[in-house]
Write a protein that binds this ligand. Sequence first.
Ligand SMILES: *[C@@H]1O[C@H](CO)[C@@H](O)[C@H](O)[C@H]1NC(C)=O
Ligand SMILES: *[C@@H]1O[C@H](CO)[C@@H](O)[C@H](O)[C@H]1NC(C)=O
Ligand SMILES: *[C@@H]1O[C@H](CO)[C@@H](O)[C@H](O)[C@H]1NC(C)=O
Ligand SMILES: *[C@@H]1O[C@H](CO)[C@@H](O)[C@H](O)[C@H]1NC(C)=O
Ligand SMILES: *[C@@H]1O[C@H](CO)[C@@H](O)[C@H](O)[C@H]1NC(C)=O
Ligand SMILES: *[C@@H]1O[C@H](CO)[C@@H](O)[C@H](O)[C@H]1NC(C)=O
Length: 253
Amino acid sequence: MRTSLLVCVTLLHSAFGFLDKQPSYISTCQIKNNPNFSNCSTHSVQGLFDEIPKGIPEIGLEPLDPLKVDKIKILQGGGGAVTVNASLTNVTVIGFGHTKVVHNTVDNKTYDFHTKLHLDRLRIDGNYELLGRILVIPLRGKGACWFDAKDLEIYAKSDVKLIKHDGFHFFNISAVHVKFSIGGLKLHMGNLFDGIKTLEDSTNAYLNANWRPVAESLNPILSKTIEDIMIDILKKVFDNTPADFFLSDLDKI
Ligand SMILES: *[C@@H]1O[C@H](CO)[C@@H](O)[C@H](O)[C@H]1NC(C)=O
Ligand SMILES: *[C@@H]1O[C@H](CO)[C@@H](O)[C@H](O)[C@H]1NC(C)=O
Ligand SMILES: *[C@@H]1O[C@H](CO)[C@@H](O)[C@H](O)[C@H]1NC(C)=O
Ligand SMILES: *[C@@H]1O[C@H](CO)[C@@H](O)[C@H](O)[C@H]1NC(C)=O
Ligand SMILES: *[C@@H]1O[C@H](CO)[C@@H](O)[C@H](O)[C@H]1NC(C)=O
Ligand SMILES: *[C@@H]1O[C@H](CO)[C@@H](O)[C@H](O)[C@H]1NC(C)=O
């Protein structure tokens, strides 16, 4: 069975210089021969996640809670439970400000990051355009929509290379791989089927009553969307924040 999936995410941002002084919100950990490293690193990354959503003007990072996304485009063909062409525009994502870092560690050879996150709640509002099929339901519509998920558990593995420039080490993140699960989902899509109200109401009721298989069938699409959003944010943070601020015992440059 062949499935192709294409998700494009467009965030707003601008370019800035990198931080050359240790910011107070980043704590430093010794990575080598430190049995307490993942503990220390979990606290350090929590400090970063507490700061990121407020925005970091020094590196041109806009506030992320709410997070504004211009456009999310999804093209998925193939024989899975989901066949959709969809786009979301004028998207607002609320919830990243309360990200709990459950566990973080950094591989002491490859420097890949392994991160477990928990969000109590994530809400997405936007304008959608949709043509396709979710579960067995054919869907067609264009209008306002919202998705409200609770208890998200996110596991992210970031592919990282340690590089050196301008007298510092940096984490160069090339990819983020995300797996996630959710504990509940409510959603609403307005103006389904050209606004035939009874069909719209019964379809929304069906999708909500069957949120678990709906969420499972949308999982690859949502994972890819979270990956695209995360890599954009993480690259912005780590391209502009020396790795030496996080790790005290990197080789001398
Ligand atoms: C590197 O990590 C491995 C696995 O976590 C650990 O067994 C090993 O002791 C670590 N090496 C150093 C030098 O810290
Ligand atoms: C992790 O740190 C906490 C304090 O923040 C401590 O209670 C706990 O024992 C530490 N765990 C390990 C494995 O060092
Ligand atoms: C382990 O790390 C935690 C978090 O940084 C810290 O609170 C704790 O004191 C550390 N424990 C030891 C034994 O170093
Ligand atoms: C975009 O979203 C905001 C709320 O985040 C809303 O006030 C505004 O009307 C929306 N614009 C369009 C063109 O739908
Ligand atoms: C989705 O878009 C692609 C390319 O634009 C098209 O080939 C395909 O038929 C569309 N699928 C649906 C279900 O609309
Ligand atoms: C970071 O890695 C990418 C490949 O993943 C490479 O194209 C890019 O040049 C690297 N950036 C720096 C500053 O070395």
